[in-house]
Design a protein around this ligand. Structure first.
Ligand SMILES: *[C@@H]1O[C@H](CO)[C@@H](O)[C@H](O)[C@H]1NC(C)=O
Ligand SMILES: *[C@@H]1O[C@H](CO)[C@@H](O)[C@H](O)[C@H]1NC(C)=O
Ligand SMILES: *[C@@H]1O[C@H](CO)[C@@H](O)[C@H](O)[C@H]1NC(C)=O
Ligand SMILES: [Zn+2]
Length: 335
């Protein structure tokens, strides 16, 4: 871990070394800003201490969790960025919470934890702020198909080329290189303009007829089932879009041409879904949290928040992956 911590400045300085890449996470944040109710925006700005006129209050904190994991205080949270589906792509794709969420937790258990904690007045403001930053980040990660896949550490160990970059990997091109090739940059303002495009696709363009169905089954009282649906949907792309020809086919191939052309619409769809669903999830939390506060102020005792159960025990294989995570495979590319 000491090694990892020392290397942080190096990786922090590298554009796009973070999961979904900075561009993807920022864009999810901006899309959510475009869809949340104004009461939700105020609720979030209040927790984040953003200031009421802040125009990037969700986007600006969307990559915090990728920095936190490389600090010694945050090292425990490395598994919260993914769920390691032990399926068998491309012939069989599936995610199973009991099988795939290790005993150190995963993206799904973390959403459950932080959805409760952000509302829990027994925690400090600083803790609730971190909880909200986690939710913003993890809903993004869940929508990157290789964050819902164990094979080759979510594709980190599948070496591929991308144009002039001859030492990248399949995970990284999905996180970063394909989105950046599409958009042509990775700054907050690049993300803001990509979010504007995807927002109009949702409101009046390509996604208009399907966007309502993206919220099917969303249920604040059941974060595990809600987010498992999203993970299962993204994991299915591993079989059909990410590696339909089997992992060995892609090794050392240049994926910046026909592979990119075939995959980029899935990247766009997944970013759009993540932002739209994040907005709705925050609307549900803010409404629930505000009602609890009103009830308390009026002397009505609100229903107690649930205790967060420990994540399920992992299979032997998952345990091996977790051990590997703890050793720091993330020092090249985050999973
Ligand atoms: C906007 O708010 C975020 C927290 O939500 C903060 O990190 C960022 O620095 C703020 N930006 C400006 C320009 O004040
Ligand atoms: C409010 O949030 C808590 C914690 O996530 C959850 O257990 C409860 O079911 C929510 N209430 C509603 C009405 O969804
Ligand atoms: C919930 O979040 C807290 C604060 O980050 C962390 O200490 C705890 O381990 C988490 N619990 C689970 C079950 O993820
Ligand atoms: Zn992440």
């Amino acid at each position: 871990m000491a090694l990892l911590v020392k290397r942080l400045p190096l990786f922090a300085a590298l554009p796009g070394a973070l999961a979904w890449g900075e561009l993807g996470h920022y864009t999810v944040g901006y899309i959510a800003q475009n869809f949340v109710q104004s009461s939700t925006a105020s609720w979030a700005k209040d927790i984040l201490g953003s200031g009421s006129s802040n125009t990037s209050y969700l986007a600006a904190v969307a990559t915090w969790a990728d920095t936190y994991r490389y600090t010694s205080a945050g090292a425990f949270s490395a598994p919260f960025h993914f769920i390691d589906a032990e399926d068998n792509p491309p012939s069989s794709c599936n995610v199973d919470y009991d099988r795939d969420c290790g005993d150190d937790g995963c993206s799904i258990s973390a959403i459950q934890n932080y959805t409760t904690r952000v509302q829990d007045g027994r925690h400090t403001q600083a803790d609730r702020q971190m909880s909200l930053k986690w939710i913003i980040h993890i809903i993004g990660d869940i929508h990157q198909p290789l964050h819902d896949e164990a094979l080759e550490v979510g594709g980190n160990d599948i070496d591929v080329n991308f144009g002039s970059d001859d030492s990248t990997n399949l995970h990284h091109i999905w996180d970063t290189e394909m989105p950046e090739k599409l958009v042509g940059g990775y700054s907050l303002s690049d993300a803001e303009s990509w979010a504007t495009t995807l927002t109009s696709d949702i409101k009046s363009g390509t996604y208009k007829s399907q966007a309502a169905s993206w919220l099917d089954g969303i249920d604040l009282s059941d974060p595990v089932t809600t987010t498992m649906n999203w993970a299962t949907e993204a994991n299915a792309d591993v079989c059909t879009i990410v590696m339909p020809k089997g992992e060995s086919y892609y090794v050392n191939k240049d994926l910046s041409t026909s592979y990119y052309t075939g995959a980029i619409s899935t990247v766009e769809l997944q970013i759009a879904r993540a932002g739209y669903r994040l907005a709705k999830w925050l609307d549900l939390i803010a409404a629930n949290d505000s009602k609890r506060k009103r009830d308390l102020a009026e002397g009505v005792t609100p229903a107690p928040l649930p205790e967060v159960a420990a994540p399920p025990k992992p299979s032997r294989l998952s345990r091996a992956k977790m051990a590997r995570a703890a050793r720091g495979y993330n020092c090249n590319h985050a999973h």
